[in-house]
Design a protein around this ligand. Sequence first.
Ligand code: SF4
Length: 244
Amino acid sequence: MPFATYPRIAVNSRHHPDPARRLRRMHDALLDAYGPQHWWPAKTPFEVILGAYLTQNTAWKAVERTLANLRAAGALTVDGLRRIPLARLRRLIQPSGFYTRKAPALKAFVAMLDNEFDGSLDKLAAQPTAALRQRLLDLPGVGPETADAILLYALSHAVPVADEYLRRVAARHQLIESAPGRARISYGHLTDLTRRAFAADPKENHAQLYNEFHALTVAVGKAHCGRTPHCENCPLADDLKGSF
Ligand code: SF4
C-alpha cells in the first residue's frame, strides 16, 4: 500500500501540484475553522517538558491525572523532580503508563540539566537548535516527536512537530508517499513538508506558525480524522475536492 497504513481517499486531480502549498492552505482553513489553539496546555516550560514525556503512547486525559499527582507532591518543578525518589515518581506517574521507563527518563533529563546546564532551562534553551535537538535525542526515552515538542513548546526553538494526526492527514490527502518498502510516511518527511509549507513566511513567524499548525492538526484529528475519517463538514474536505 503506497500511502502509509491508511486507506486512500479519492482526491481530485485539479490539485495544486505543490503539496507544501496545499498544506499551507490547510493550515489557514483550520485556523479559520478552529481559531488559535493557545498551545501547549501547561503553565511553565518545565510542565511542557513533563507533558511531552508523559504523553508518549498515552491519552492526554491520563497525563492530566499524572500532572495533578505531581503537582500535589510538589514535583512539577526541576527542583521538585530532582528531590523526589525514583520509586515514588514511578507511583505518581502510573496513570500515564510505561512508568518504569518514563520515571528514569524524567530523572535522566534532570540529571542532564544539572550536570551540563547548572540546572537551568534558560541555559539549555540558549544552545544552538541542531546541537540541542541532538542532545535531547541522546537522552533515554526521547524520540523525534518528544524532542521537537520540547524544543518548540518549552524552549522556543522554531522546529516543526509531526505526529500520527498529521501522518493521517498527509496520507489521506496524498501529500507525500512513504519511502519505498516502508508502510508509514517517515517523521522526517512530515517535518520537511511542514517546513516547506511555511518557508515563504517571515522567519520570525515560524515558531508561532509551527506551534499553531501542530495544535490545529491535533484538533482536526480529534474532531474528524481519527481511525475512520469523517470528511463531511471537515475544514479540510475542500482539499479533497481539489480546491486548495
Ligand atoms: S476527515 Fe478531514 S482531514 Fe481527514 S481525510 Fe477527511 S477531509 Fe481530510
